[in-house]
Design a protein around this ligand. Structure first.
Ligand SMILES: NC(=O)c1ccc[n+]([C@@H]2O[C@H](COP(=O)([O-])OP(=O)(O)OC[C@H]3O[C@@H](n4cnc5c(N)ncnc54)[C@H](OP(=O)(O)O)[C@@H]3O)[C@@H](O)[C@H]2O)c1
Length: 279
């Protein structure tokens, strides 16, 4: 059994290093997942039997002007990994949904991505469920960790520099601490049997807006910056995000007895880790 983690310099990839000390970890310099031959050769020569794909084009706004690259990395890359026949874990996103419902999105709900990034991730889901031999797709949302760039780190940085910050309150979802997602993968991966193809939602429990999230980040960090709520139209971004993208996690909890922490508790753990690192 040999596990490969691709995109290992990203948030989830770095987090998985804590759980899988014996796995192979590669990022684009060692293994570009868009290169079909390179992927096939690597998997063969290292006798890889399982892959957790953390590689992705995650710059949601940039993707609007860079559709070709986003498609290559988010659709063709995972397909190349699937073609090797190894058991594949693929990470997808709440941005496959249009966000017009006001109840949590279930796995089988109709997809309606509003952005290039969301479209590529949605197309990847469909393709893998058709073409992969064995695949577990986990849809997550609002991922953060002590690594890389994310909302928690940005808010803490800006909060230390400014007296007030405006943050949108009309987009609602659930944050996900990468360590909680990594632990769920660690528990579920051995239970995925050869030939199975599954898709599940996974985020932390609870619901908040970006404004609530930012306010809690400041409070838990002891930062006095005042957070003010604004509407999405007051903070223009190139890509459109769903207004409501809370994920329903009933299916993953029933299938694998995964215990999912409440978002505020996990946020506190991440902030403690950041403070230990002096960040
Ligand atoms: N971040 C979120 O809020 C969020 C929310 C929902 C779902 N997700 C999904 O969760 C997964 C992990 O996200 P993350 O936040 O950990 O991502 P991340 O921090 O952006 O990491 C992605 C990694 O993949 C690398 N990469 C890009 N193109 C590659 C290629 N062709 N071959 C190999 N590696 C490549 C990136 O390198 P460069 O940095 O050099 O490009 C980066 O190190 C992704 O599938 C993402 O779509 C993320």
């Amino acid at each position: 059994m040999m596990l490969l983690v691709t995109g290992s310099k990203g948030q989830l990839g770095q987090t998985l290093k804590e759980l899988y000390p014996d796995a192979l970890f590669t990022d684009v310099e060692e293994l570009d997942i868009t290169d079909e031959k390179e992927v096939a050769d690597f998997v063969k020569s290292n006798q890889v039997t399982e892959i957790i794909n953390c590689a992705a084009y995650t710059a949601v706004d940039k993707a609007e002007d860079d559709e070709e690259r986003a498609y290559k990395v988010n659709v063709l890359g995972p397909l190349n990994l699937a073609k090797t026949g190894a058991k594949l874990v693929q990470i997808s996103t709440d941005y496959v949904f249009g966000g017009l419902k006001s109840t949590p999105c279930k796995e089988g709900d109709e997809k309606c991505p509003l952005s290039v990034y969301g479209k590529t991730k949605a197309e990847c889901e469909d393709l893998l469920l058709k073409e992969a031999k064995t695949v577990l797709i986990l849809r997550t949302s609002w991922l953060y960790s002590p690594y890389g760039n994310n909302f928690v780190k940005t808010m803490r940085r800006l909060g230390k520099e400014r007296e007030t910050l405006t943050v949108i309150f009309d987009q609602v979802g659930s944050p996900t601490f990468a360590l909680d997602l990594a632990r769920a993968i660690y528990k579920i991966l051995p239970q995925i049997k050869e030939g199975e193809k599954k898709i599940f939602n996974y985020s932390n429990e609870g619901v908040c807006s970006w404004y609530d999230f930012a306010t809690e980040i400041m409070r838990l960090s002891g930062i006095s910056c005042h957070v003010l709520p604004i509407e999405s139209f007051e903070y223009k971004t190139k890509a459109t995000r769903p207004c409501f993208s809370v994920l329903n996690k009933r299916a993953i909890k029933e299938a694998y007895q995964v215990e999912i922490p409440y978002w505020r508790e996990s946020l506190e753990k991440c902030i403690t880790l950041l403070e230990e690192k002096g960040e």
